[in-house]
Every structure is written in structure tokens, then in C-alpha cells.
Design a binder for this molecule. Structure first.
Ligand code: MN
Length: 728
């Protein structure tokens, strides 16, 4: 299992217990740092959360052997470094309590408010996601799923901080685990940090990933870097002071900093260009931080004047920011002794964004009214702003696709049983998923297990769920599916299937009806004359015999009328023959007629009931119970068809029951369990009346026939809570 949180698993401590407690970052250190930007009262809240967390994790140890609470404190410290609001800090301190201790979300809400509880719950939900597949596209979808799952971006920031601290303390784990977690960090977490513009975190996550995935190579690279710095230390000091001097001469206020390239970028550059460390030239650089955009360009001019620029290396991310909002000027220069210098020039505000990205929106100044809601809004505004900027600049389609989808998601991501991720539009149902997997699966699906729980086909899917489709060979698409599917693939396939199905079924029903009518007129074994048939088809304007049968089956033409036309020498029939004829043998209903025979909703006939049917234009036969009031409707009067149940009827039928029960706790549950025990399903429940003592509830249940229904009613009546029961 590859949950991101395996790092936190509570394993037996190794022999050497954790001793180095002196250098430990303590809660008191955290509080001191927080006081720089939070109110005393807020810091007190944080401390209270620490006490709660410490108690909850009491006795638990990390793999390293240290007390578990060290980990949440360290995560909170990372959040504090990003100047996150105090609720995020509290949530960071408590981020593992729902997952790893018996503490419930409700308890957190009660103690620290809904916002904190939601944040911790959000982090726990991400922890449950199980990333299996290594395929590139799957990793991309997994990242999107994570982002789509969070309503509050701070959840992601806490999750990233959590992962960062776990990466920092990966030494205690077995090498194979270290490699796997490092890979996951590279594939999932570093790209998310990058997407949100949290550069500082991205760099550290990637450096630590390389350290743990390729320890030898990492060691070699760090040593090489150190040596190179040693050799050229003086040269670099010279360059730095030369730059400072020149900037002062032209009166530009700016900070000049040394910059060492990240191990991961050196590593990937060497790998990509297939070069050795020695061949790698731009290992070092300077960063110049100014007060304004205008100053940035002026500094650029000054730098190009001071040292010769290397052609083709200049990049203006000020005018056209990077996809994640990163802004800076980049250039490379030939320094003294031909040493290449990489220069980054940006404003101090841009530098802060480059480090914290989206997290920068939660930066607080002490005493400021803290509104996390507005920070969230500001963060989203920032992203929207970026979007517009990108659109104006006409670049980076990739950005549009990624960030937009990620943070304003109109898509959901769900798992197949094998751990693959399927992308579906928001609002997608089980049927949409089934068709997305395969048309045949869609055509034969009957239900689903969502996160191992049985769920109906109409269930809406949510991010991160695991969906398994249950199919049945004999099942086929139902017209009602069209009411809730959202994908074009599902819709087209269902329509297509129904159309061909209905045609075949209508022909077969039409055949039976016509046959029956002909038998009534002419006795058994009568076959209509070929010429007469052509004549009738012409008269009706129909192409062939199948069309005629389908017209009859769909209820657009009356079988008796067509039969008379076929029999009559002149093919002339008076219209008044369209009457209700009870004299002949009724048409048997087998339950397998499909879409051309339906059962009336008003009276819900089941096998064993006395029935009669009427034709409905384009829909075929509708079967009613003989005593149904709706049958007297004059619009059905001349379209009636005598029917009876066939000896063997297949399928399940709906029956409606009205049950009066005493108001008792669990009464409904008892009814439901009796119905389930009798292998019947409840399709619908509706409480129609309720007073102090008695409530009346209408159930729609499925039964095989009248006997089945009678047995269920008998069992229900036997329940002490049931007062009265009747079929409606
Ligand atoms: Mn954790």
C-alpha cells in the first residue's frame, strides 16, 4: 500500500532510542516565533492545541523513536515560516489526530471551532488516498484529484508541510521505503508545490527526494558543489562587491545575495544534457532584490554593462510570468576569468511570492484583523489574475489546463478497482462511469460498489471514491438512465441501444398482436395474401412488413384494424371497428416484452392481478389492474387490448404499500429488514402522515408476483409495531 502517510506509521522503535533532545525544536520555540506576527491570544490558542495534540498522541512514537508530537510541532513550524494564519497552525499541530488517535472531528469542532475541524478532516481525507500506478498520466490525475478534493487551499499547504517534514526525517526508514516515498514526493507533492508557486518547498522536496532515492549520487553532488564553492570563494566575493559598488554608483537601492543552485536542478541538468559536473557551468549565481519593477530593468542594464551577457540566456518573466505566477528577470553573464554567473533580478514582493507562492496570501501583519476567508478569496483572485495574465500573454495553454482545472474543478477523479484513475465531469453517476470504462459494461451494469458499499446506478460520484461496477449478462440500458447521465458517451450509447432494442421489441409484439387478430377473424393458420399485404403497406405509406408490425407494437396502429384491412378484399375498412373487443383470446404478458410493454404507475399491477391494457401512442402497451380508475379515462376507450399474465412471468414488479405504524424508535428499520429478508427491495419510501402516536408511510417495493406480495404483507402485519397495512 502506498499511502502518502506510511511515513507516519507507528512501527516498533529501533534499538537506538532518540537521544538528541537538546537541539529539539520545542513548542516554546514555536510560540516565540509565532509572537512575531500573531496576537498573544492567538498564540495561547496554539499552545492549547499543542496540549490537546500531545495528550492525544501520548505514548505514540515515530519510527525514529522520538515522541510522535515532535512531528506535528515541526509541521507547524514549517507553516509558521510561511507566516500562515493561526488556524492553519492549530490544524497543523492537530493534523494527525483524526487519523492516528481516537479523536473525532466533532470533538475538534467543539474544542477549536469548525474551521480547524474542517482543515484537519481535509488533511485526513487526503491521507486516505492511495496512489498505486506509476504512469505519468496517472500521477497527473492523482495530483488533480488531491487538489479537487480540498475546499480550502490551506489543507494542501498543511499536507505539503507534513510531507516536507516526513521527507526531512526519512533517515529512520528502511531503504526501500525511503525510495518509494521519495518517488511519490517527486511525482505528486513537488509538482503540486510547483503548481501553487511554493518554490521553497518544491526545491527542498526535490532535493530530499534525490537524497533518498539516489543517496550515493546525492552525496557526490553535494561534495562537488562544496569543493567548487571553496575554489572560487574569493572570485565570488569579488563579483558580489563589484555589483554592489556599481549599483551604489547609479543610486539603485538593492540587496545582492549569493545563490547556490539546487541539487535537484544540477542533477536533472546533468542527466538531461548528459554532461559531467565539471562541464556544468552555471552552478552559482546571484540574486538581486529591488524595490520596484522599474528598478529591475535598470539593474539589468547595469549588469549587462558590468559583464558581458551570454547570448540567448536572457528571460523576461516580469512581462510574461511563469505559469505559476513566478516573476523575475533571468540572465547569464561572463564574469571574471570567464566564470559564468547566473543572475536573477526581481522585487522583494516577487521574491516573497517565489518562496511561498499561494501561501503568501495568508501572510499576516501583527494586529491586522484576521480573516482567513478573505485570504482564501485573495488567493483565488490571485490565481484568476494569473489566468487572465496568461490569456493576454497568449502563452502557456498548459497552465490554463492545469491550474484552472485544479482549483476551479469541473471534473472529478475516481478510482477503478485496480487503482487506475478515471476522469469524469462533475455530477457524473455510476452509469457514466460504467460507460467510461467500456460500452459493454455500461450496457449491462446493474449496480455499483462505491468504496465497497452497494449503491444504485443513479448515485453521484465524488472525488477519490473507488467504484466497482456490477454487471449482469441479461441486463440492459433503461430509458430512465437518460434522466441522470451527464456524459455524451453514456447518453449516445443508451439512446442507440434503446432505439435498436425498441424496434426489435415492437416488431415482435406487433407480430403477436396481428397474429391474434387474424386468428380471431379467420381462424388458425391463416396467412394473408402477398398482394393484399403490398396493397395495405402502400395504403399506409409503409416501407415493409416489419414497419407495419412495429407500428402495431408501438400502438400507432390497431392490430384488429390492420388485420381487417389484410383480410378485406378491397382493403377498405370502416374506422368504427376500432373497438374494445373482449371476445377473443387475451394477449399473454410474459414480462420479457421489454420497452413496448410497461406497467401503469397508478395501480402497479403484479403477476396474479387481473389486468387489462391500453395502447399509448409510440410507447406500446400499458398494463393496468382491471379495477384501476384511470382505465375509465375516455382517451383510452378505443385503444384497449385484452391481456392476461402468461403462465411463467419473468422479472420483478413494483407494488405500493401503505403501512400504519406506531411511532417507535427503529420502527422503520424493522419494516425495512423484514422486507429485505423476504428478498424484496425498497424502491421508494414516503412518509405521508404523522401524529404523536401513529405515522403512515408509503413503500414502493419489488415483488415477483401476487403470492410473494401477500407473503410479505403477512410478515409485516405480524410485526407488533404495525397497525394497518394495505396495498394502494
Ligand atoms: Mn503527519
Amino acid at each position: 500500500m502506498a499511502t502518502p502517510e506510511t511515513v507516519n506509521q507507528l512501527e516498533p522503535a529501533p534499538d537506538k532510542s532518540y537521544v538528541n533532545d537538546k537541539d529539539r525544536y520545542l513548542i516554546s520555540d514555536l510560540c516565540t516565533e509565532l509572537e512575531e506576527y500573531l496576537d498573544t491570544q492567538q498564540v495561547a490558542e496554539v499552545y492549547r492545541a499543542y496540549l490537546f495534540g500531545a495528550q492525544a498522541h501520548e505514548g505514540q512514537k515515530r519510527v525514529s523513536g522520538e515522541p510522535y508530537i515532535y512531528h506535528p510541532v515541526a509541521v507547524a513550524r514549517i507553516m509558521c515560516k510561511m507566516r500562515m494564519d493561526y488556524k492553519s497552525i492549530i490544524a497543523a499541530l492537530l493534523h494527525d489526530v483524526i487519523e492516528d488517535t481516537p479523536t473525532l472531528k466533532e470533538q475538534l469542532a467543539e474544542k477549536f471551532g469548525d474551521e480547524v475541524a474542517e482543515l484537519v478532516d481535509g488533511v485526513s481525507k487526503l491521507t486516505h488516498l492511495d496512489f498505486v500506478s506509476k504512469a505519468e498520466e496517472q500521477a497527473e490525475n492523482f495530483r488533480k484529484m488531491m487538489l479537487a478534493m480540498v475546499k480550502d487551499i490551506r489543507v494542501i499547504i498543511i499536507k505539503l508541510a507534513d510531507r516536507l517534514h516526513n521527507m526531512r526525517t526519512l533517515d529512520a526508514m528502511r531503504p526501500d521505503k525511503r525510495r518509494r516515498i521519495a518517488r511519490e514526493t517527486m511525482d505528486i507533492y513537488a509538482p503540486i508545490a510547483n503548481r501553487l508557486g511554493i518554490y521553497n518547498m518544491r526545491h527542498e522536496l526535490l532535493d530530499l527526494s534525490i537524497k533518498n532515492a539516489y543517496p550515493m549520487r546525492y552525496k557526490a553532488l553535494t561534495n562537488a558543489c562544496k569543493q567548487a564553492v571553496g575554489y572560487r570563494k574569493e572570485v565570488f566575493e569579488t563579483i558580489k562587491s563589484a555589483i554592489k559598488k556599481r549599483l551604489k554608483a547609479v543610486n539603485i537601492e538593492a540587496r545582492v545575495k549569493h545563490r547556490r543552485k539546487n541539487i535537484h536542478s544540477i542533477y536533472y541538468k546533468m542527466k538531461e544534457k548528459k554532461i559531467s559536473f565539471k562541464e556544468l557551468k552555471d552552478v552559482y549565481g546571484v540574486r538581486i532584490l529591488t524595490n520596484s519593477v522599474d528598478d529591475c530593468y535598470r539593474v539589468l542594464g547595469v549588469m549587462h554593462n558590468l559583464y558581458k551577457p551570454i547570448p540567448g540566456k536572457f528571460k523576461d518573466y516580469l512581462a510574461i510570468p511563469k505559469a505559476n505566477g513566478y516573476q523575475s528577470l533571468h540572465t547569464s553573464l561572463f564574469g571574471p576569468h570567464g566564470i559564468p554567473i547566473e543572475v536573477q533580478i526581481r522585487t522583494k514582493a516577487m521574491d516573497r511570492f517565489a518562496k511561498s507562492g499561494i501561501a503568501a496570501h495568508w501572510l499576516y501583519k501583527k494586529g491586522e484583523e484576521s480573516s482567513t476567508e478573505s485570504a482564501q478569496t485573495r488567493a483565488l483572485e490571485w490565481l484568476k489574475g494569473l489566468l487572465e495574465m496568461q490569456q493576454r500573454a497568449g502563452s502557456s495553454l498548459e497552465f490554463l489546463e492545469n491550474v484552472k482545472v485544479d482549483l476551479f474543478p469541473d471534473e472529478i477523479y475516481v478510482f477503478t478497482p485496480k487503482g487506475n484513475i478515471m476522469k469524469l465531469p462533475r455530477g457524473a453517476t455510476v452509469v457514466d462511469f460504467a460507460y467510461a470504462v467500456h460500452t459493454d459494461i455500461g450496457n449491462t451494469c446493474v449496480a455499483a460498489r462505491i468504496d465497497h458499499r452497494m449503491s444504485p446506478l443513479s448515485s453521484h460520484l465524488h472525488n477519490g471514491q473507488q467504484v466497482e461496477i456490477i454487471t449482469s449478462k441479461n441486463s440492459r440500458p433503461h430509458p430512465s438512465w437518460l434522466n441522470y447521465v451527464v456524459t455524451a458517451k453514456a447518453r449516445t450509447n443508451i439512446r442507440h441501444f434503446l432505439k435498436s432494442l425498441q424496434e426489435a421489441e415492437a416488431i415482435s409484439l406487433g407480430q403477436r398482436l396481428l397474429q391474434q387478430a387474424l386468428v380471431q377473424l379467420k381462424g388458425k393458420d391463416y396467412q394473408p395474401d402477398e398482394q393484399q399485404l403490398v396493397h395495405v403497406l402502400e395504403k399506409y405509406g409503409l416501407e415493409d412488413y416489419d414497419c407495419l408490425l412495429s407500428e402495431i407494437g408501438l400502438g400507432n396502429r390497431t392490430a384488429t384494424l390492420v388485420a381487417k384491412a389484410l383480410v378485406d378484399e378491397q382493403g377498405q375498412v370502416e374506422e368504427d371497428v376500432r373497438e374494445f373487443d373482449f371476445s377473443g383470446k387475451p394477449l399473454p404478458i410474459k414480462g420479457t416484452e421489454g420497452l413496448v410493454v410497461s406497467y401503469a404507475n397508478c395501480c402497479k399491477p403484479v403477476p396474479g392481478d387481473d389486468i387489462v391494457a391500453h395502447f399509448s401512442q409510440g410507447r406500446g402497451l400499458v398494463v393496468h389492474r382491471l379495477n384501476c380508475k384511470n382505465l375509465h379515462d375516455p382517451q383510452h376507450s378505443n385503444r384497449k387490448q385484452e391481456v392476461q399474465w402468461s403462465e411463467h412471468v419473468e422479472g420483478e414488479f413494483q407494488a405500493a404499500l401503505r403501512i400504519q405504524v406506531e411511532n417507535q424508535r427503529g420502527a422503520l428499520a424493522r419494516l425495512a429488514s423484514v422486507i429485505a429478508d423476504m428478498s424484496s427491495n425498497i424502491e421508494n419510501v414516503n412518509q405521508s402522515e404523522k401524529d404523536g402516536l401513529i405515522s403512515t408511510t408509503d413503500f414502493v417495493i419489488t415483488v415477483r408476483d401476487r403470492t410473494h406480495l401477500a407473503r410479505i404483507m403477512k410478515k409485516l402485519r405480524a410485526l407488533p409495531v404495525v397497525n394497518k397495512i394495505l396495498r394502494i
